[in-house]
Design a protein around this ligand. Structure first.
Ligand code: NDP
Length: 292
């Protein structure tokens, strides 16, 4: 079994992006990060994004509206960022507080600044294989991780566990694309799937994104498969100072001896997500500059 080292692969990508930004003419790319409320995971994700942006030379603008912000006020804020020529990319940290309509906010972001890739138009561009679109960062990161690990999906059976708009659906569409590195046969499973293990056992490449700690066990995996664990779950652990530990959607101790390659949690898909956000912000800067 070989470990797919997301930290190392993301570090290589970040170094490339830093060189790209240094060579770009004009001002640095600028990313607006909007975080509503103090959800601890969101606080740490935004901090990580800010830190990585600084490392690459991307300017970040952190906007922290109060948790009492209304839908209309947040939409107005997004409209202002859409119109601001000094902002290239806009990210609204998910999840938003329950009183806000998250999908409506994602759709409010101008497609040309939608570096999270959640706008209807950008998801449509993935389906149409239009390279001008923005691909959601986690699915894009998974594809990059596979490509840089030498995993060619062509002709392989990829089974995606989960059908969310953020991970499952876009990664399935990417694996399905008729191009080098992709061109897979894809099956998507979800909570309504009958006899899940019989399907996951057919996977040459299994991508688990369901948000259930250690759900995928050895009996669900074909020996020799490549396993990509997208899950980030907090599990109570009194032995840790924080009181919890992070675990994936895959039961690593029993699955890892079986497979050919596997991503760890943490240190697998997670670091790639942030790197791809920076990749998208640089792309937005280029495309927006060309459009002016
Ligand atoms: P969602 O909760 O939006 O989607 C979960 C999906 O899994 C749904 O399609 C759901 O089915 C399916 N599912 C849930 N339970 C089962 C089950 N028992 N059997 C089969 N299918 C099931 O999650 P996300 O896609 O947003 O995230 C998934 C995981 O990935 C989470 O742990 C999240 O923290 C992590 N994540 C990690 C990122 C990273 O950077 N590494 C980024 C984004 C997410 P149905 O549609 O029927 O409800």
């Amino acid at each position: 079994m070989e470990l797919i080292d997301g930290n190392a692969i993301a570090a290589a990508l970040i170094a490339e992006l830093k060189a790209t930004v240094a060579a770009m003419p004009g001002r640095a790319p600028c990313l607006a990060l909007v975080r509503v409320g103090e959800d601890p995971a969101s606080v740490s994700y935004v901090r990580k994004k800010e830190k990585t942006a600084a490392e690459i030379g991307v300017t970040s603008r952190i906007i922290l509206p109060p948790i009492t912000i209304t839908q209309v006020e947040l939409e107005t804020l997004i409209d202002e960022l859409n119109a601001d020529l000094s902002v290239d990319g806009i990210l609204v940290q998910s999840p938003l507080p329950k009183h806000l309509d998250e999908l409506a906010i994602f759709r409010r972001v101008a497609p040309s600044k939608d570096v999270d890739g959640f706008h209807t138009l950008n998801l449509g561009k993935v389906a149409q294989e239009d390279p001008t679109g923005f691909v959601a960062c986690t699915p894009a990161g998974i594809m990059e991780l596979l490509a840089r690990s030498g995993v060619d999906l062509s002709g392989q059976h990829v089974v995606v566990l989960g059908r969310s708009l953020i991970v499952g659906k876009p990664v399935a569409l990417l694996a399905l694309q008729k191009k080098a590195g992709a061109n897979a046969t894809v099956t998507i499973c979800h909570s309504g799937t009958r006899d899940l293990p019989s399907i996951t056992r057919q996977a040459d490449v299994l991508i688990a994104a369901i948000g259930r700690a250690e759900f995928v066990t050895a009996d669900m995996v074909k020996p020799g498969a490549v396993v990509i664990d997208v899950g980030i779950n907090r599990v109570t652990d009194p032995t840790k100072k924080t009181g919890y530990r992070l675990t994936g959607d895959v039961h690593f101790p029993s699955v890892s001896p079986l497979c050919s390659r596997i991503t760890p949690v943490p240190g697998g898909v997670g670091p790639m997500t942030v790197a791809m956000l920076m990749h998208n912000t640089i792309k937005a800067r280029r495309q927006n500059a060309a459009a002016i």
